[in-house]
Design a protein around this ligand. Structure first.
Ligand SMILES: NC(=O)c1ccc[n+]([C@@H]2O[C@H](COP(=O)([O-])OP(=O)(O)OC[C@H]3O[C@@H](n4cnc5c(N)ncnc54)[C@H](O)[C@@H]3O)[C@@H](O)[C@H]2O)c1
Length: 466
């Protein structure tokens, strides 16, 4: 079976490489000529573990090719995936212009039956619009005789483990309206469905909604825990103990209940917003989702408020080490990352930032360019040098067990703002550093984490401990 994938981003490129690896003759089409030129040269423009080798091996074997020519892509694929971006429009709804542009290209160039598979995350009813656009384009060409199916096949991969997720998916949701489309997709996914049945076939609208429901559920879990962390913070409880306490209930479970400084990335924020918007369009108030979004927006400022509590609102002349720029570990993606809210707030208050991230340095340079109040440091240790305090914004593996003694020696103030609750307060305190985490009692250097020993650093709050 020949496959074409429109869009070579996190979803399209990974899906293409994985399908090519399973033996499918695969062509990738993207409108970005720079991206395609890089891919042809063997340079993968995004970071995903295992992706570059998979792309280059399959390209070398001739099963994976790249082009900017839509006509070539449409002629090639019996199955054509649409995996282009669906960014939020100004009003928060999903902007479908890229998806519909691909539908237009398919109508313009197709000359035989095609199965068009919408993999982008799209609002309910989009597959109907894709079908209408193709039908309209074919009619305009006088080729209304050509047949095609449009199916929904939402993607559930996680950035940071996208290749592994795509190779061994938990489930493969397909939304189909014809037996022919279902047979084609079952055949296509057969190599990934050997161990046990993973295909969940349903109608197209349910499949479209399944993707939003999944992301909104996960976002809700995060915002719920962040709300609890705020309560713990004010009530003198330790959210990490609470987390273990509730996670032990199998109805709740331990997954996805880590408190932190908010979710980011290209999916949760925009998908929550888009579903709120979809609901609004049909006169339904998505009250819960609105709260999930509001909690997340304020959560991204959680550490900024802590920093102001400790250092005061005027941060002129202060320098902060920032560990972690990507919205989560194992990716270089900084879309909607909490690190950006933190950096921008620090800059607005007059501070400078010395940042380090294992993979997102190039992306940070691309986003913020050359500015005097940002130094991109070559190592996590270099970021600490002469900084007033450390902020941890992403839970990268290499941040989990730092050399606290060296950290203390490098920082001007022995203070950590731990946005991912990576460190045990007592351990940090034993090394002589103060620790401000999310929903955990703050500890002053040399003290334990038990509530009666909590100290909020009054000398520094007064701005005198520089
Ligand atoms: N990133 C994720 O973790 C993830 C997970 C599941 C679903 N999704 C969804 O998948 C879709 C794609 O996400 P992404 O992160 O891969 O996006 P991305 O922004 O990384 O990539 C999209 C690509 O589409 C290309 N493109 C735009 N218009 C095109 C056209 N007409 N023809 C060919 N290429 C075109 C862009 O140049 C870009 O390279 C979105 O709807 C997203 O919500 C993303």
């Amino acid at each position: 079976m020949k496959v074409t994938i429109f869009g070579t981003g996190y979803v399209g490129l990974v899906q293409a490489a994985v399908l090519a690896d399973a033996g499918y003759d695969t062509v990738c089409v993207d409108v970005d000529p720079l991206k395609i030129a890089q891919l042809i040269k063997g340079h993968v423009p995004i970071y995903e573990p295992g992706l570059e080798a998979l792309v280059n091996d399959n390209a070398a074997d001739g099963r994976l090719r790249f082009t900017t020519e839509a006509a070539e892509g449409v002629a090639h694929g019996e199955v054509i995936f649409i995996a282009v971006g669906t960014p939020p429009d100004e009003d928060g709804s999903a902007d479908l212009k890229y998806v519909l542009a691909v539908a237009g290209s398919i109508a313009e160039h197709m000359a035989a039956h095609k199965t068009v598979v919408v993999k982008s995350t799209v609002p309910v009813g989009t597959c109907d619009r894709v079908e209408a656009r193709i039908r309209q384009g074919l009619a305009a060409r006088g080729r209304a005789d050509l047949t095609f199916d449009v199916a929904s096949n939402p993607e559930f991969l996680k950035e940071g483990s996208a290749v592994a997720d795509c190779m061994k998916p938990d489930r493969i949701v397909i939304g189909v309206s014809t037996g022919r489309a279902e047979r084609t997709l079952r055949e296509l996914y057969a190599p990934f469905n050997r161990n046990h049945e993973k295909i969940i076939a349903m109608d197209v609208r349910s499949a479209e909604l399944t993707k939003y429901a999944a992301n909104c559920m996960l976002a809700t879990k995060i915002s719920f825990m962040n709300e609890m962390a705020n309560l713990a913070d004010r009530l003198g409880a330790d959210i990490e103990r609470v987390r273990r306490g509730i996670g032990s209930d199998p109805r709740i479970g331990y997954h996805f209940i880590y408190p932190g400084i908010g979710y980011g990335g290209s999916c949760f924020p925009k998908d929550v917003q888009a579903l709120i918007r979809t609901a609004g369009e049909i006169g339904f108030e998505a009250e819960l989702l609105k709260s999930v979004e509001a909690r997340n927006n304020s959560q991204k400022r959680f550490l900024v408020d802590k920093i102001v509590d400790v250092f005061g609102g005027d941060l002129e002349g202060r320098v902060f080490a920032l560990w972690g720029l990507a919205f989560k570990p194992n990716t270089d993606d900084m879309r909607e990352a909490p690190s950006r809210v933190i950096m921008e707030a620090l800059w607005a208050a007059g501070a400078r930032v010395q940042a380090y991230d294992p993979k997102a340095m190039e992306e940070c340079a691309r986003l913020y360019g050359d500015r005097g109040d940002l130094v991109l440091c070559p190592t996590q240790e270099a970021a600490l040098d002469g900084a007033d305090a450390l902020i941890v914004a992403t839970e990268w593996k290499s941040f989990h067990a730092p050399d606290f003694e060296a950290m203390k020696a490098a920082l001007k103030q022995p203070v950590i703002f731990d946005g991912r609750n990576l460190y045990e307060p007592d351990v940090v305190a034993r090394h002589g550093l103060s620790h401000h985490a999310v929903g955990r009692p703050a500890t002053k250097s040399g003290r334990g984490s038990v509530p009666e020993e909590v100290v909020v650093l009054p000398s520094m709050a007064a701005g005198g401990a520089r």
